[in-house]
Write a protein that binds this ligand. Structure first.
Ligand SMILES: Cc1cc2nc3c(=O)[nH]c(=O)nc-3n(C[C@H](O)[C@H](O)[C@H](O)COP(=O)(O)OP(=O)(O)OC[C@H]3O[C@@H](n4cnc5c(N)ncnc54)[C@H](O)[C@@H]3O)c2cc1C
Length: 376
């Protein structure tokens, strides 16, 4: 096994498998059959995840969470994804994200309600392609800020109570400001859904007044803080990608062993076997990288480069695996509603969200060639 994990983590994996079989699969079936709507399925998954102890794994101990290590969360993400139910997002509680370690009043006004589910946050980082300038904050007379500009692609922004927004503070560099979505001057310009089924919003800010105590950290720290938050999600995405790849391989395996209209199972054909072997080799390599990186991170190593490598490799691998799986399963895999059809759309987004593959490659090259950093 690529992960070579402790007996405690093997136990955790078994517990996760039971949770997937007993909670996620029946909820997925209820949703598919129209016996339950998306909102009730999501809240039932979250309720069960709280009871089973998964919800608190991503939350700090100081706020009542169990703050599991990187290996444990990797095991759970990989295992949940290997069931391909599309419901994994509702299993873990919201982590602190860029609000980690923030002071009062941010802690009681935003962090605590975010962690206990009373408030929802959006991460406003991406500028629209046609933005005239970066979202600006001008220091106001009262010590606060006046923000103008636009942000796009804020995931679940349409349901958010507040936005953690990256802005350029005049003369002081980038900063992260917490902005209430119902503050005067904040407008949702557009709500949209992407190919993978996730929902987003584009915002406009017209001279929005933001009090001084809504600044996270200091001006000039915004970009590194935002990038650290994005960096922390990369291994999580990679773990999910390898789990999904394993689901696609198992699905393909069953198909290749089943009777086929040609008279013999497709898996008997050498050409098909070659393609199938490649799926397993690539996924084994990606999964090995993910577990090794989790182990390094847990031991306290700086895994920025390894996290980038895992995100690029695992998301590109799952893209190829699902594409080949569809090719081998044939036309019915493209039928709308087929699990491979949904997965094809879902995994495409992973190569762009939280850092487009080529942009991450450039970061890796810069670290090595220009800064002589990292051990990759
Ligand atoms: C599902 C999903 C969820 C998202 N959620 C959020 C969110 O919650 N908050 C948020 O702020 N954003 C979010 N985004 C936006 C995401 O962060 C951006 O789409 C991503 O960072 C790429 O930026 P862009 O779309 O502006 O593309 P661009 O930056 O324009 O890049 C497009 C392409 O151009 C090429 N390219 C870009 N720069 C370079 C370069 N320097 N050198 C060479 N090639 C380059 C690459 O091929 C790249 O893929 C989400 C996106 C998706 C798909």
């Amino acid at each position: 096994m690529p992960e070579s994990i402790s007996t405690e983590l093997v136990e955790l994996r078994k517990r996760t498998e039971r949770f997937a079989s007993d909670v996620l699969i029946p909820n997925q079936a209820a949703l598919a059959a129209g016996r339950a709507d998306s909102a009730s399925v999501r809240s039932s998954v979250t309720r069960a995840a709280r009871e089973a102890g998964f919800f608190a794994m991503t939350q700090p101990r100081s706020f009542g969470g169990s703050e599991a290590g990187l290996l444990a969360t990797t095991v759970v993400r990989d295992t949940l994804a290997s069931y391909n139910t599309g419901l994994d997002d509702d299993v873990f509680g919201h982590g602190p994200g860029v609000l980690a370690g923030c002071a009062e009043p941010l802690q009681s006004l935003y962090l605590q309600p975010l962690l206990n589910g009373a408030k929802r946050a959006g991460f406003a980082f991406t500028e629209p392609d046609d933005a005239a300038h970066y979202t600006r904050a001008v220091p106001g007379a009262d010590g606060g800020f006046v923000v103008s500009g636009r942000k796009s692609y804020v995931t679940r922004g349409g349901d958010a109570d507040f936005l953690n927004t990256l802005v350029e503070v005049e003369g002081q560099g980038r900063a992260l400001l917490v902005m209430d979505v119902n503050a005067p001057g904040v407008t949702i310009e557009q709500r949209f859904e992407s190919l993978d089924g996730s929902h987003h919003a584009a915002f406009r800010f017209d001279a929005v007044r933001v009090p001084a105590d809504r600044l996270i950290g200091r001006p000039g720290e915004g970009l590194p803080r935002a990038l650290r938050q994005i960096g922390d999600t990369r291994l999580a995405i990679a773990a999910e990608a390898v789990g999904l790849a394993r689901w696609a391989i198992n699905f393909t395996r069953a198909h290749l062993q089943a009777p086929h209209h040609s008279g013999e199972p497709l898996g008997a054909r050498e050409g098909v076997r070659l393609r199938y072997a490649d799926l397993r080799i690539r996924t084994f390599a990606a999964r090995s990288m993910v577990y090794r990186t989790a182990r390094l991170g847990e031991a306290g190593a700086n895994i920025v480069n390894e996290g980038i490598a895992c995100k690029v490799y695992a998301t590109e691998t799952v893209g190829e695996v699902v594409d080949t799986a569809i090719q081998l399963v044939g036309g019915k895999a493209l039928t709308v509603g087929h699990p491979l059809e949904r997965l094809y759309r879902e995994v495409r987004a992973l190569r762009i969200a939280e850092g487009a593959s080529d942009v991450l490659r450039l970061n890796l090259a810069r670290g090595s060639l220009d800064l002589d950093k990292g051990v990759l």
